[in-house]
Design a binder for this molecule. Sequence first.
Ligand code: TXA
Ligand code: MG
Length: 335
Amino acid sequence: MSHSQFVSKCTVDALQAAAQTLLEGNLVAFPTETVYGLGADACNADAVARIYSVKGRPTDHPLIVHVGSMDALGDWASDVPEYAISLARDFWPGPMTLIVKRSALAGDFVTGGQDTVGVRVPDHAVALGLLLSFAQIGGKGIAAPSANRFGSVSPTTAQAVEDELSEYLADPDQILDGGPCQVGVESTIIDCTGDVPRILRPGAVTVAMIEGSTGLAVVGNVENAAIRVSGSLDSHYAPVARVVLDQYPVTGQGFIAMEDVATPDGVVRLAAPKTHDEFARVLYAALRTADEQNLQTVVVAQPQGAGIAIAIRDRLKRASWDDLDSKQTIRDGKQ
Ligand code: TXA
Ligand code: MG
């Protein structure tokens, strides 16, 4: 049963009320262009602690601080290299998180005790309106992870947030409906603490875009990088259904593939995107549909090549059951 308030019309008044709700220490789930976030006042330790309990997430996993404009980067960062400023200018608001040395404002309860902080300006009218309203009443930033239980698929609709989290939310908490997310996979995370940018999580801001903006070669092979973010656990972004990659689907199995791939008889087609951008946009909803239909297995024919296809393959690898033992551990952990 839901105890949170579901706000389907995000008027200016509604966003001001939501900002006030945040300032009072409650949680507000909100849309971004990537996925929905579960927000709290990033300066309020008790409010941020509730994010961890609602998500069932270990407290040493850091959160991203969302701000309304790149001017606020200086509030949260103590040292911002030239190339990070270039990235912020070129891609904010947008699907990109910058990891920078933290300022005193970024408490251990947000950074998981690390001396860095993740900052992002999301590109969504509701998110920006909420951030603006929050700043107007003195708020410095909104800490928000994806609005799913730990280890599960990120929500790309407000309904998915409600399905996933409502039993853990309480009455003053809110879920803001801003329609389906347009990007559909989480932001590119770029470590900006070294001499050159390093991608920790691939997303819609690609290697080519980062190199074009900064004039620097990006470090590391993204697809093999040993990363320290929670999404780097072996099992993440995973539905209950077993995700199998690049096999021939058989009767009764779910199937996600580009539009030009035919659906074999008896197979449940969950998505048939025409482009890689559309693939990213519909992927998580398709995985949720598999669970709603109680499918045991979803076969995904992975998109090939560079660009956002790299981010899609990254998430699919973590959602798939290549490593059954680690998945079982996480499932047991989150009941
Ligand atoms: O698109 C997105 O980034 C969404 C929307 C809501 O903004 N947010 C999101 O948050 O995906 P979350 O918490 O589900 O994933 C953020 C990842 C985590 O794996 C976290 O460990 C990593 O970012 N992260 C945050 N701060 C970090 C830091 N200071 N150093 C390294 N990794 C960090
Ligand atoms: Mg997440």
